[in-house]
Design a protein around this ligand. Structure first.
Ligand code: NAD
Length: 484
């Protein structure tokens, strides 16, 4: 098997196996080839990982932040040195084209490690003067954090959780998605090669039940999940039982609004990036594309032309622009949404069918026009290359319709009128908005959702809030005045 790791789990600084766990077959979705066989973590493995994390964390928290940062910065360098090999692994595991993984996955993980490496030593408390007495505050790590990942950006998600957690003095036990379990193990290896002491970053494999056993363990102080809204609700409820801190990065059905004064090619390019990158498996995708009526025909014509030129094929070929979906289950789900859209009266502009042959999970990049707000395609997250184009006439109307969703992850506006752009963005209910751009998520900017799309923010200085807590220390400088 061409991507078999040394063992299923990475615990207390070393690979460990426990063949007693239920097997997990790792499948390359372009061909159906089994590339690795792992085992789910047994309760004994979960216990070892949490115990190791708890043991290692207090000494790590006492280390000088600049020293913690140095280790993370070295890990970022190793990630960059091994970018190609990590990208090939990510492409085998997810099916995303190498053209993308070479620039977007390990590379953004390295950015995150580098950013939080630098931030570590800048986190300070404050002094609160009270006349004679004063209070000072200390930002302390939370302790043992659990990270749970989705399958669309496996190493990026692993880094986006590990980097802030570790830089701020926490330990982490990470459970990757059972669909894409491989690259987090490589991250664990690299972090230790860079000098991370054993026990601080552990990887355990498993399906939802393993995740649940981590989330409900009393040793855990914080849970950061990237996943769907239904999983988020369950994990949030379990974490609440133990009054644990949470970050919830969940799903979306984000609006992308194109006004009739927009640069058409930029707007079409933004809509394509926001629907077809990673074969549409991006949480912040702008899957409800609202196009103002005056430019509808021109927009659709240009969109159809450019969509039909997308190069679909072997994701390991660097000229391929779109690979398969991540799994056969996701393929069935996406084909189901396409059939429902047709049954509900959406007009197919291009695509709409399975592509390729044999066991590859390929779907043609698909565009539906004349989609209305009540259709399933406009309400539910598809997580595949299926764009819904909706018409609108006025600004007030489109803002109201854009906000009429339980989700609030992201939103975009294309217009030449920047006054309108800022006005519209101010009215949109979303954690991240783009003006004349789409789906750019630099580590320097906070990222996360409003409404059902999540709680908390990843990346940027905002993540400090979510991986530390504040201790207030009151210092009395005079005699105690007691009334008795
Ligand atoms: P999912 O919700 O099925 O699974 C996510 C993770 O949760 C997996 O590791 C899974 O094993 C685990 N899990 C499932 N049940 C659990 C339970 N009861 N307790 C603990 N853990 C449990 O999501 P997915 O299909 O892997 O990923 C796609 C979803 O992730 C989409 O909805 C997408 O929008 C979302 N996503 C969000 C972001 C973001 O940053 N907001 C980023 C990427 C993906």
């Amino acid at each position: 098997m061409r991507a078999q790791p040394r063992a299923s789990h990475f615990v207390d600084g070393a690979y460990v196996e426990d063949a007693g766990g239920t097997p997990i077959d790792v499948v390359h979705p372009a061909t159906g080839e089994i590339i690795a066989r792992l085992h789910e973590a047994t309760p004994a493995i979960v216990d070892r990982a949490l115990a190791a994390a708890e043991r290692a964390q207090s000494r790590w928290a006492r280390m000088k932040p600049v020293e913690r940062g140095r280790i993370l910065r070295r890990a970022a360098e190793i990630l960059r040195e091994r970018n190609r090999e990590l990208s090939v692994l990510e492409t085998l595991d997810t099916g995303k084209p190498l053209q993308e993984t070479l620039v977007a996955d390990a590379a953004s993980g390295a950015d995150s490690l580098e950013y939080f490496a630098g931030l570590a030593a800048t986190v300070t408390g404050e002094t609160v003067p009270l006349g004679r007495d004063f209070v000072y505050t200390i930002r302390e790590p939370l302790g043992v954090c659990v990270g749970i990942g989705a399958w669309n950006y496996p190493i990026q998600i692993a880094c986006w959780k590990a980097a802030p957690a570790l830089s701020l003095g926490n330990a982490m036990v990470f459970k990757p998605s059972e669909t894409t379990p491989l690259s987090a193990l490589r991250l664990a290896e690299i972090l230790h090669e860079a000098g991370l002491p054993a026990g601080l970053y552990n990887v355990v494999q498993g399906r939802g039940a393993v995740g649940a056993s981590l989330v409900s363990d009393p040793r855990v102080a914080k849970v950061s999940l990237t996943g769907s809204v239904p999983t988020g609700r369950r994990v949030y409820a379990m974490a609440a039982e133990g009054v644990r801190h949470v970050t919830m990065e969940l799903g979306g059905k984000s609006p992308l609004i194109v006004f009739d004064d927009a640069d058409i090619d930029s707007a079409v390019g933004g809509a394509m990036l926001g629907n077809f990158y990673s074969a549409g498996q991006v949480c912040s995708n702008g899957t409800r594309v609202f196009v103002q009526k005056g430019i509808k025909d021109r927009f659709l014509r240009r969109l159809k032309e450019r969509t039909e030129r997308i190069v679909l094929g072997d994701p390991l070929d660097e000229t391929t622009q779109m690979g398969p979906l991540v799994s056969a289950a996701q393929l069935d789900k996406v084909l189901g949404y396409i059939a429902t859209a047709q049954a509900e009266g959406a007009r197919l502009v291009t695509g709409g069918a399975r592509a390729g042959q044999n066991d590859g999970c390929f779907v043609q990049p698909t565009v539906f026009a004349d989609v209305t707000d009540d259709m399933t395609l406009a309400r539910e997250e598809v997580f595949g290359p299926v764009m819904a184009v909706l018409d609108f006439e006025s600004e007030d109307e489109v803002v109201a319709r854009a906000n009429a969703s339980e989700f609030g992850l992201a939103a975009g506006v294309f217009t030449a009128d920047l006054t309108r752009a800022h006005r519209v963005v101010a009215a949109l209910e979303a954690g991240t908005c783009w003006i004349n751009a789409y789906n750019l998520t630099p580590v320097e900017a906070p990222f996360g959702g409003a409404k059902m799309s999540g709680v908390g923010r990843e990346n940027s200085k905002a993540a400090i809030e979510h991986y530390t807590q504040v201790k207030s220390v009151y210092v009395g400088l005079g005699p105690v005045e007691a009334p008795y």
